[in-house]
Write a protein that binds this ligand. Sequence first.
Ligand code: GA4
Length: 334
Amino acid sequence: MVVLENPALEQITLINLHSKPVSFFSGVPVVDLRAPGAAAAVVKACEEFGFFKVVNHGVPADAMARLESEAVQFFSGTQTEKERTAGAAAPYGYGSKRIGANGDVGWVEYLLFQVRSASASDAGRVSSKIEEQGRGPLCSALGEYTAAVGKLACRLLELMAEGLGLPSRDALSRMVGDEESDSVFRLNHYPPCPQLQGMPGCGVTGFGEHTDPQIISLLHSNDTGGLQISLGDGSWVSVPPDQASFFVNVGDSLQVLTNGRFRSVRHRVLANSLKSRVSMIYFGGPPAKQRLAPLPVLMGEGEQSLYREFTWSEYKKSAYKTRLADNRLMQFER
Ligand code: GA4
């Protein structure tokens, strides 16, 4: 690993990718929501990778395109305009290069919001300074998109419940669809990093490696790659971008609820030397008071719980004290 002492890069870590450029991984599981057997396919992907791609997902293409174009427009503004519109990230608002409060940096700028509800009946209101300022085009694109993606998150959690054989179909989805659910939405812009040109074998960290603390994350991006996931053996592979699809991550909370049967996937993003990457991620989280512990119905005979019981509020608080790459779940293990 090399650290570039360049004021423009603010010590953004260069990851040595070794001599070979990383080629795209062809093994990402694909789940077709219209195909029979989708529930079993989702469970298999969550067990093997904690990650999969969803096609025929039902989110209107125009909602995806509209938000992407509003995001591009927003990020093209000056720093002052962006901070005036969204407020400086603390942790919600507009942020640039600094991620979280504990020293992580990346070649990225972002908007982070709390989403008030993912329930089907709600319009998916987004809480932010943007909302306070009236319903501009970015705000309405966010509302439309988060409502549709929140529904997709619930549908996927229902499929997981079905595939796992849980007695109630909404055992997982109700945690994300609840009025009180603590879901978050993030728009990321990874500008091109020209300093990378002529440095073969190096990659600049856009967003450092981490797992997501919530239950489920749904990511959509433009056609610029950069996302990498870590496989069970610790190796990193690049995920081919697909603008029409969603990529789904198992979060730490779902790993706990399934007693480790589903694994929360470690992932990171590398910046591109020539092209901008724009991604939008919905993080479906439970209500603050939700207790997180392995679901008893999933425990085999004599199986020990790997985790002690805790609430989402406890976990979130502890997660925000960590650095991105830390293993956040370790202190909740038995
Ligand atoms: C990772 C997943 C989400 O993007 C996020 C991130 C949050 C932040 O950007 O403020 C965290 C990170 C994320 C996990 C550890 C802490 C908190 C930055 C950080 C160093 C919004 C989230 O919920 O957790």
